[in-house]
Design a protein around this ligand. Structure first.
Ligand code: FPP
Ligand code: MG
Length: 349
């Protein structure tokens, strides 16, 4: 099946992309869907790498393609393509919408790693570690501008979705930065932050795919699904930080603890009554856990009811995501979105 780019924007003379994506365990159970997605994701990959040619200077090009080249799960493009399955997935503009979603995500990572002082991303030095902080910020801006330009070619709905989502990402990040307002419930604040910084772009990806494919009736259920999936995805990330060995997750266990990130398990412990929680609360009270105490904190977490509570919240979210799909026809794409919930439930990276 051929998926054509919007006229005049399809990149030519493309370099071969590096292998990307770590959603290999996602059970699609449909060879036709698998083939369509595989072909489209390959186009997205080539498009992302080829965008650097527009930068007009090879050094700017190297900056702008750096993270795309490093890899990533390509979850957002996948969601665009799955959203499109509820309409006519061969329509023009769908691959381009998938590129828009990944560009916004990549732009946010350029900025996020500067804010977090993160040394690595996707297993390579972070953009700012490689090019410097100011270049990383401008590189992210360039990618965001390019996403806006590509969205503009797709029409007013895409422009609207893209702009609103970028705004929600920034607002989520700002809410994280400022912390809860005096008297605000920290758990409510947590859910607002992750709805903005994670769920917004996942739901937008599904919606833009459905709209580009001419399936406006699928937008509401897909958006609702994406919001719940995004929240669940972030909660699974919080659990990974406490449980998954680095060689499996690619991230050192306890990174969030050392950085003092108020993840959901941490917030639940601060409010908890389990036998190990008092000692854990003392360790967490000052924000970042000192490196020497990290092992003890991880051991205490393993015995705290906060982990099981967090897991229960995760599973309730995934149930809501699955239920949101009820109004949609039983297509292979719906099955894939259900499988994605199972993937998030058992996430290891
Ligand atoms: C990762 O969070 C960060 C995000 C998912 C969003 C970041 C958003 C911004 C920096 C706002 C600017 C947005 C645009 C569109 C330029 P994390 O630090 O918790 O996760 P990590 O462990 O992957 O770094
Ligand atoms: Mg970060």
């Amino acid at each position: 099946m051929s998926v054509r780019h919007v006229a005049g924007t399809a990149p030519e003379n493309l370099a071969e992309p590096r292998e990307s994506g770590s959603l290999g365990r996602l059970a699609l159970d449909d060879p036709g869907l698998e083939a369509r997605l595989g072909e489209s994701l390959e186009r997205v990959e080539k498009w992302l790498l080829a965008l650097a040619q527009d930068a007009g200077d090879p050094r700017v090009g190297a900056l702008t393609r750096y993270l795309a080249e490093a890899g990533g799960k390509r979850l957002r493009p996948l969601l665009v393509l799955l959203g499109a399955e509820f309409g006519e997935p061969w329509r023009e503009g769908i691959t381009q919408a998938a590129v828009v979603a990944e560009l916004v995500h990549t732009a946010s990572l350029y900025h996020d790693d500067v804010m977090d002082g993160a040394p690595t991303r996707h297993g390579v030095p972070s953009v700012h570690a490689r090019f410097g902080e100011r270049a990383a910020v401008f590189g992210g801006d360039w990618l965001l501008a390019r996403a806006a330009q590509l969205a503009a070619q797709l029409g007013p709905d895409a422009v609207q979705l893209n702009a609103r989502t970028a705004g929600r990402l920034v607002a989520g990040q700002l809410r994280e930065l400022t912390g809860p307002a005096p008297g605000e419930d920290p758990v409510t604040h947590y859910f607002q932050v992750i709805a903005g910084k994670t769920a917004a772009l996942l739901s937008m990806s599904l919606a833009i795919g459905a709209l580009q494919a001419g399936a406006p009736g699928a937008v509401t259920p897909l958006t609702e699904y994406g919001e719940h999936l995004g929240v669940a995805f972030q909660i699974a990330d919080d659990l990974l930080d406490l449980r998954s060995p680095a060689d499996v997750s690619g991230k050192e266990r306890g990174t969030d603890l050392l950085a003092g990130v108020p993840t959901l398990p941490v917030l639940l412990v601060l409010d908890g009554t389990g036998p190990a929680d008092a000692e854990l609360r003392d360790l967490l009270a000052a924000g970042p856990v000192p490196a020497a105490a990290a092992r003890r904190a991880l051991d205490l977490f393993a015995r705290s009811p906060a982990l099981a509570e967090t897991e229960a919240v995760l599973h309730r979210r995934l149930d809501r995501a699955r239920a949101a799909l009820d109004p949609l026809p039983a297509l292979p794409a719906r099955h894939a979105l259900l499988a994605l919930c199972d993937y998030v439930a058992h996430r290891t990276s």
